[in-house]
Design a protein around this ligand. Structure first.
Ligand SMILES: Cc1cc2nc3c(=O)[nH]c(=O)nc-3n(C[C@H](O)[C@H](O)[C@H](O)COP(=O)(O)OP(=O)(O)OC[C@H]3O[C@@H](n4cnc5c(N)ncnc54)[C@H](O)[C@@H]3O)c2cc1C
Length: 443
């Protein structure tokens, strides 16, 4: 059957439909807008950016910048649209969101092999047609219920609040120190960032005046967060509230002074290797750039690399390790693929990249071809692998592109992190060009 169905015309679904159609299959693309909308979607076009208009760094030596470069090589529609609707934003790639969405919509709608069906899909299809489900973190409830039935309740999460995660190597260990509260447990499980009173006051003032992310429609959603209050909301209750809550310094003596600091932020190890740490109790609704600005004021995090920002919204995602393969197909029903944020990748570009990977392989399956494995030496392939096997921590949580998940280099590189990232990028782009060649030969 030379047909693929894609459900959801967001970042991942639009890219999957594009890639599948380029490989010569007929594509049926289902999108429930404008008949029905998620709380965040407002416009009718495809690939709607629901919040920020930034697709983050465009530097190839940065993880998400590298991902973009690979996607450009592999003929990504989302990258083509982003480049065509770019607005000035320094080294970041920011876009005019209307132009961006219009570009994607026009391109898809003008493809003779694509039929757009403006309807909600309410069940996981069971008719043998190769299908890519890319309905996003706000998947409509009937379909979410059907996915839950298909995968088992324990395999579909709805997380509403998450604290930021930083790259462990970017924490300044001259300021932060390893210690588990009261010396109980493994000291290496926590890094503590100690505040003086002046530092706390400056941080507090910045936190309570920082800009929160815009709420989208269903403001009532936030009522579910009562048991898990955003740090900025807690801070607004009083100058010292955090010092008795998530910034409590008791039992955390600073080895430099032998005394407890005025306040402390604890970073909890996110994986066994200690490459990632989350900010304990710092679930937040601040806008992403504000999180970077304000949380970089935490002593020890001045140059921290944020691997994931905190979020306070509904986020439907699959407990993918063991459930999805690295090409994003459902292991027990390989004709069903998932793509986008719901697979456990995090971010606009990451979602689109998973759509690219799933779309290519859905089409190849429909054409009776072998799947195309994109190696984990690329960021695109590394994300597929991350989704299939997970990180080292027990809890699988969505993750931005980062160099912690890419296959390690087989040789040492002198010159520090920058030189190492350049080497990762060189190797990844070489591999992406190889994949492009294979795709061209088999098209
Ligand atoms: C409120 C919010 C803010 C975010 N802000 C950012 C940000 O600033 N930067 C960033 O990088 N990432 C952000 N994200 C995370 C993520 O990058 C985006 O959600 C991204 O759009 C995910 O892409 P996707 O293709 O997986 O899903 P989406 O882009 O959401 O696309 C899913 C599509 O499926 C449709 N759909 C849903 N259910 C059905 C159904 N049953 N049948 C048919 N169609 C259906 C929807 O209408 C939608 O068009 C945010 C997420 C949310 C929820």
């Amino acid at each position: 059957m030379r047909r693929v169905r894609v459900v959801g015309a967001g970042l991942a679904g639009a890219e999957a439909a594009w890639q599948a159609s380029r490989l010569g299959v007929d594509v049926e693309l289902w999108e429930m807008k404008p008949q029905k909308r998620t709380p965040a979607h407002k416009a009718d076009g495809m690939a709607e950016l629901v919040c920020s208009n930034s697709l983050r760094s465009d530097d190839v030596n940065n993880a998400v910048g590298l991902l973009k470069a690979e996607m450009r090589i592999l003929g990504s529609l989302i990258m083509e649209a982003a480049d065509a609707s770019r607005v000035p934003a320094g080294t970041a790639l920011a876009v005019d969101r209307k132009k961006f969405s219009a570009y994607v919509t026009d391109k898809i709608e003008s493809l003779p092999s694509v039929t757009v069906v403006r309807r909600e899909m309410t069940v996981v299809p069971n008719d043998g047609v190769v299908t890519v489900i890319a309905t996003g973190p706000l998947t409509s409830e009937p379909l979410a219920e059907s996915i839950r039935g298909e995968l088992g309740i324990e395999n579909l999460h709805f997380f509403d609040a998450a604290a930021p995660i930083v790259d462990g190597a970017s924490v300044d260990l001259d300021r932060a120190y390893f210690y588990s509260r009261y010396g109980k447990g493994d000291a290496m499980d926590y890094l503590n960032c100690p505040f003086t009173k002046d530092e706390y006051d400056a941080f507090y003032d910045a936190l309570v005046t920082a800009r929160t992310a815009e709420l989208h429609g269903d403001d009532g959603d936030l009522t579910v967060f009562e048991g898990c209050m955003p740090v900025e909301v807690m801070a607004a209750r009083g100058r010292d509230t955090l010092r008795f809550g998530p910034m409590k310094p008791v039992g955390l003596p600073d080895p430099k002074t032998g005394r407890e600091p005025y306040a402390a932020v604890q970073l909890r190890r996110e994986n066994v290797a200690g490459t990632m740490y989350n900010l304990v109790g710092f679930q937040t609704h601040l806008a992403f750039p504000e999180q970077k600005r304000v949380f970089s004021m935490i002593p020890g995090l001045e140059n921290a690399v944020f691997l994931r920002y905190g979020v306070m919204h509904k986020n439907t995602y699959i407990n993918s390790p063991g459930t999805l393969s690295r090409t994003y197909s459902l292991i027990k029903r390989p004709e069903i693929y998932f793509a986008g944020q719901m697979t456990g990748v995090e971010g606009y570009v990451e979602s689109a990249a998973s759509g690219l990977y799933a779309g290519i392989n859905a089409a190849r399956r429909a054409l009776g071809m072998d799947e195309l494995i994109i190696p984990a030496t690329t960021m695109t392939g590394a994300m597929g692998q991350f989704v299939a096997v997970g990180g080292l921590s027990a809890d699988f949580q969505p993750m931005n592109a980062n160099f912690g998940i890419i296959e390690p280099l087989d040789h040492r590189v002198k010159g520090g992190k920058r030189a190492r990232n350049e080497e990762y990028a060189r190797r990844a782009l070489e591999a992406a060009n190889e994949i492009k060649k294979i795709m061209e030969e088999t098209r």
